[in-house]
Design a protein around this ligand. Structure first.
Ligand code: SF4
Ligand code: SF4
Length: 371
C-alpha cells in the first residue's frame, strides 16, 4: 500500500494554539477521514503528523506538507501574512502569521478543498482519475456534478422528487453548503464545506429527502416514511408497487461474502439489510460475479458498464433498470430513498408488531417505548 504523509506544523503555547491553526486543524481532521475513505480502495493510506512549533518558529506556523512537499508548491496559491490577534494574545506581542489566497479568495485557515486538492496532486492523481463525473442522479439537485468532486466526498444529496422546498435545510446549515440567496429551494453551492459525518440538515428535513454521499454510518433519514409515503407507491388496486433493487458485486467467497475470519463490515451491513428487506417483502437481489456470472451478461446496462469500466466499477446498484451507483454499496439512506419505502422496512418485524411497539416505534430510535 502506498502512503501519503500529511504533516501539519503549527504554533503551540502550553497546549494552546491560535484561531487560524485551530480551524486548519479541524479541516485537516475531517479531510484526512475523507481522504482515507476515498483513497484506501486505491491502495493509498493517508497518515497524519502534527509538529508543534514554539514562538521562535512562528513563521512556519500553519504550514502543511504532503510527503514533504509544501501545499504552496503543489497548488496555485499565494502566501501572505496578516496581523493575528489570537497569536498576539498567545505570545504576548504583536504577531503576523500566514494567510493564503486560493481560487481568488483570502483564507486565514487552510480550507478543506485545498487540502484535498493538494493530497491528490501529491499522489500524482489527476482530479478525474479518482472521481466520478457526477455523484448525482437526475432526480437530485445536488450541484456537485463538478468534475473535481471526489467520489466519496461527504455532502448532502437532495431528492427533488420528494423535496417540498420548505427551506429548513438551507436555514439549518451554518457552513455555507447551501446557497442562502435561495432560502426555500435548496441549492448546494459549496459541498466541500459539509462536515464529515454531519447529518444536521438531514435530521431536520421533514420529508426525508436528504442523504449523504459516502455515508457508511447506517444512518437513515428519520422522516423518510413521510417522504416516500407508501400511498405514493400504491397502484390503482391499492397494492404496493415497490421498486426492486439489484446489486451486482465482484466475485465473493460465498453468496453473501460474510464467511471466513475477517468479515468486511460493509458486506455484513448489506447482507443484513437484504435479509431484513426480504423478510419485510421487499426485493434487494444480490448477484456476485463468481456465483451468478450469467446475470452480468444478461443485464445490458451492467454488461455495457463492465465492458467500458471493468470490474473496478463493482459493486453496482440497479433500480428500475437504471444503474444508480457504482464502486460502493448503497447506504441505508439511499436504499430507503431509491426503493421509495419507509425506513421501517429496514427493521425486522417482530411478534409484537401489532402492538404500539411495532416497526415504526422500534426503528432504531433510542427513545423508550410508550408501553
Ligand atoms: S450535513 Fe451539516 S454541514 Fe453538511 S450541509 Fe447539512 S447541516 Fe450543513
Ligand atoms: S428540508 Fe427537506 S424538504 Fe425542506 S427544502 Fe430541504 S430537502 Fe427539501
Amino acid at each position: 500500500m502506498k502512503s501519503l504523509l500529511i504533516e501539519w506544523r503549527h504554533l503551540d503555547v502550553e497546549g494552546d494554539t491560535c484561531d487560524r491553526c485551530y480551524d486548519t486543524g479541524e479541516n485537516l481532521t475531517a479531510e484526512i477521514k475523507r481522504l482515507n475513505r476515498a483513497l484506501n480502495p486505491q491502495d493509498i493510506e493517508v497518515k497524519f503528523k502534527e509538529t508543534k512549533l514554539n514562538e521562535s518558529e512562528i513563521s512556519e506556523s500553519n504550514v502543511i506538507l504532503f510527503n514533504n512537499i509544501p501545499l504552496e508548491e503543489l497548488l496555485d496559491i499565494e502566501i501572505h501574512q496578516s496581523y493575528c490577534g489570537s497569536c498576539s494574545d498567545l505570545v504576548g506581542k504583536d504577531t503576523y502569521c500566514r494567510t493564503i489566497k486560493y481560487e481568488g479568495n483570502d483564507y486565514e485557515d487552510v480550507p478543506a478543498k485545498a487540502i484535498r486538492e493538494a493530497a491528490y496532486k501529491a499522489m500524482g492523481l489527476k482530479p478525474n482519475a479518482s472521481v466520478q463525473t457526477s455523484c448525482c442522479d437526475s432526480t437530485s439537485d445536488c450541484g456537485c456534478g463538478s468534475e473535481t468532486t471526489p467520489k466519496d466526498f461527504w455532502h448532502p444529496v437532495i431528492d427533488r422528487e420528494t423535496c417540498t422546498d420548505c427551506g429548513i435545510c438551507v436555514a439549518k446549515c451554518g457552513n455555507g453548503v447551501y446557497d442562502k440567496s435561495s432560502p426555500k429551494k435548496p441549492v448546494i453551492v459549496k459541498p466541500e464545506n459539509c462536515v464529515d459525518g454531519c447529518h444536521g440538515c438531514g435530521e431536520q428535513c421533514p420529508t426525508g429527502s436528504i442523504t449523504y454521499t459516502g455515508d457508511d454510518t447506517g444512518w437513515i433519514p428519520p422522516h423518510a416514511s413521510k417522504a416516500s409515503g407508501k400511498e405514493k407507491n400504491q397502484d390503482k388496486e391499492g397494492a404496493l408497487a415497490m421498486k426492486k433493487m439489484f446489486i451486482y458485486e465482484p466475485a465473493l467467497c460465498c453468496e453473501t461474502g460474510v464467511c471466513g475470519v475477517s468479515v468486511d463490515p460493509e458486506l455484513l451491513r448489506i447482507s443484513t439489510v437484504a435479509n431484513t428487506l426480504k423478510k419485510n417483502g421487499v426485493t434487494l437481489q444480490r448477484y456476485n460475479l463468481k456465483n451468478s456470472p450469467q446475470e452480468f451478461v444478461t443485464n445490458t446496462e451492467i454488461n455495457k458498464m463492465l465492458n467500458s469500466e471493468g470490474v473496478d466499477s463493482l459493486p453496482a446498484t440497479v433500480v428500475d433498470g437504471k444503474i444508480v451507483k457504482t464502486k460502493a454499496y448503497p447506504t441505508n439512506g439511499e436504499i430507503v430513498m431509491w426503493l421509495n419505502i419507509s425506513a421501517d422496512y429496514l427493521v425486522e418485524k417482530t411478534d409484537n408488531s401489532s402492538s404500539c411497539c411495532g416497526p415504526s416505534s422500534s426503528s432504531g430510535s433510542k427513545k423508550s417505548c410508550c408501553c
